[in-house]
Design a protein around this ligand. Structure first.
Ligand code: PLP
Length: 389
C-alpha cells in the first residue's frame, strides 16, 4: 500500500503518546491523575440535555440536515448581539461547524493553495498549523513569549512574509498559554491584516472562561474586523457540549461563503437534535455559563495555590481551562520533565514543546479533574520529591 506524502509531516499526536505512557503506568497498577488533554468534564445544563433528548425522540430529525436551520442561524445572531454586542446577518455571516476543530482542520482548503504562506502562533493549539499544512501551506510561526505577555508582535514579522501571507490564525484567551489580549492588540491585528491583505481567523473558544472579574469579548466587535476575517466559536467548553461537536464560523461573508461551499461537498451538516441543543444553549438560561466559569476558576485556584504551597512557583492564569507553568528550577526539557512527573508522581501533563518550539521550558495543566483528584495530584507531586532537585 502507498500513502500520501501529506501524512509524512504527522508523527503520532502528542496526546496519543501520553495516553500510551498513561496506559503503561496504569497496567503496572499505578493511579494516574490525567491533566493532559483538555477534555471538559462539566456536563451541559439540564435544559440543554432536555432539548437534545426531545429532538432525538422525534423520528423526523434523523434526515441529513444539509445546512443550518434558520432557527439556529437566528439564535447565533441573537447570541452574538446579546453576549458580544456584535450584529451578525443570520443568513450570510454564519456557518456551523462539526466542532470548531473540524472547521480549523478544513478552512485553509478554501483559502490557500499549495505553497501559500499561513501565519500561526508559536506555541499554538496544534490544528491551527495542521489544517493549513494539510492544505499544502507553508507555515510561518509567530512567537508568543512571556516577556511580551504572550501577545503576538506584528512588528517583528518581516514585510516580505506578511505580504506573502494569505491567512493568519490567532486566539485569545489562548490555549496553551492562557493569555488574554487587550483591545489595542486587536486594533493592531486588524490594521496589520488590512495592510498586508491577510484573512484573519480568530479562535474564541474560551471567551467565557475568564476569571477575577475580567471579561473578554469577540474579535468581531472591533471596527474593520468583519472586513478582514472571521471568528470561530465553540459550545464545547462554554456549555459542556464537547462530544456533541458544535461550533461556528462567524463574520466575513466571503470567507463564510467559501467555507460553506467547501463543507457542502464534505459533510451533510449538523445532526438536527444537536442544532436544537445549540439553540437551547445559546438562547436559554445563561446561569450555567457563570457556573462553569466559576468551577474552572476554583480548579485553577486549587492547583496554583497548591503548587505554590509545595514550592512550584506559578502565577495565576487569567483565563481558559489551562494553567501554563514554567518548569520548576533544575529542569529545562519539558518532555523529559513531563515523563518524570508521570513516573514519579503519577500526574500526566502536556509538555510545552508539544505546542511548538516557543513552548519549551513550560508545561500545560488542563483543569479537567474534580477537587479530589486535584488534591491527589498536588500531594503526589509533593511526595515524589521532584521539586527538590
Ligand atoms: C483553542 C481551541 N480551539 C478549538 C478547540 C476545539 O474545540 P471543539 O470542541 O469546538 O472542536 C479547542 C479544544 O480544546 C481549543 O483549545
Amino acid at each position: 500500500m502507498k500513502f500520501s506524502k501529506r501524512m509524512d509531516r504527522f508523527g503520532e499526536g502528542i496526546f496519543a503518546t501520553l495516553l500510551t505512557e498513561k496506559n503503561h503506568q496504569q497496567a503496572a497498577g499505578k493511579h494516574v491523575v490525567d491533566l493532559s488533554i483538555g477534555a471538559p468534564n462539566i456536563p451541559p445544563a439540564p435544559h440543554i440535555i432536555e432539548a437534545l433528548m426531545s429532538a432525538a425522540a422525534d423520528p423526523k430529525n434523523y434526515i441529513y440536515a444539509i445546512s443550518d436551520t434558520s432557527e439556529l442561524q437566528k439564535a447565533v445572531s441573537l447570541w452574538y448581539d446579546r453576549r458580544y454586542g456584535v450584529a451578525i446577518d443570520p443568513e450570510t455571516e454564519i456557518v456551523s461547524l462539526l466542532g470548531s476543530q473540524e472547521g480549523l482542520a478544513h478552512i485553509a482548503l478554501s483559502i490557500v493553495d499549495e505553497g501559500d504562506v499561513v501565519l500561526v502562533p508559536d506555541p499554538c493549539y496544534p490544528v491551527f498549523g495542521d489544517g493549513p499544512a494539510l492544505a499544502g501551506a507553508e507555515l510561518y510561526y509567530m512567537p508568543m513569549v512571556p516577556e511580551k505577555d504572550y501577545l503576538i508582535d506584528f512588528d517583528i514579522i518581516p514585510d516580505k512574509v506578511a505580504d506573502a501571507a494569505k491567512l493568519m490564525v490567532v486566539s485569545y484567551p489562548n490555549n496553551p498559554t492562557a493569555a488574554i489580549a487587550p483591545d489595542w492588540w486587536y486594533e493592531k491585528l486588524i490594521a496589520f491584516a488590512k495592510k498586508h491583505d491577510i484573512i484573519v481567523l480568530h479562535d474564541n473558544a474560551y471567551s467565557e472562561l475568564v476569571f477575577d472579574g475580567l471579561t473578554c469579548g469577540s474579535f468581531l466587535r472591533f471596527e474593520g474586523a468583519k472586513e478582514v476575517g472571521v471568528e470561530f466559536n465553540s459550545l464545547s467548553k462554554t456549555y459542556g457540549l464537547a462530544g456533541a461537536r458544535c461550533g461556528f464560523c462567524i463574520g466575513n461573508k466571503d470567507v463564510v461563503k467559501h467555507l460553506k461551499m467547501l463543507k457542502s461537498n464534505m459533510d451533510y451538516g449538523m445532526f438536527l437534535p444537536v442544532q436544537k441543543a445549540a439553540v437551547a444553549a445559546i438562547t436559554g438560561d445563561q446561569s450555567c455559563v457563570a457556573a462553569t466559569c466559576a468551577a474552572y476558576g476554583h480548579r485553577r485556584d486549587m492547583l496554583v495555590d497548591g503548587l505554590n504551597a509545595i514550592g512550584w512557583k506559578i502565577e495565576k492564569t487569567k483565563a481558559t481551562m489551562f494553567v501554563w507553568a514554567a518548569l520548576p528550577e533544575g529542569y529545562t526539557d519539558s518532555r523529559a520533565f513531563a515523563m518524570e512527573l508521570l513516573e514519579k508522581a503519577g500526574v500526566l501533563i502536556t509538555p510545552g514543546a508539544a505546542f511548538g518550539p516557543s513552548g519549551e521550558g513550560h508545561v500545560r495543566f488542563a483543569l479537567v479533574q474534580d477537587d479530589d483528584e486535584m488534591i491527589r495530584a498536588i500531594e503526589s507531586i509533593d511526595k515524589s520529591g521532584i521539586l527538590k532537585k
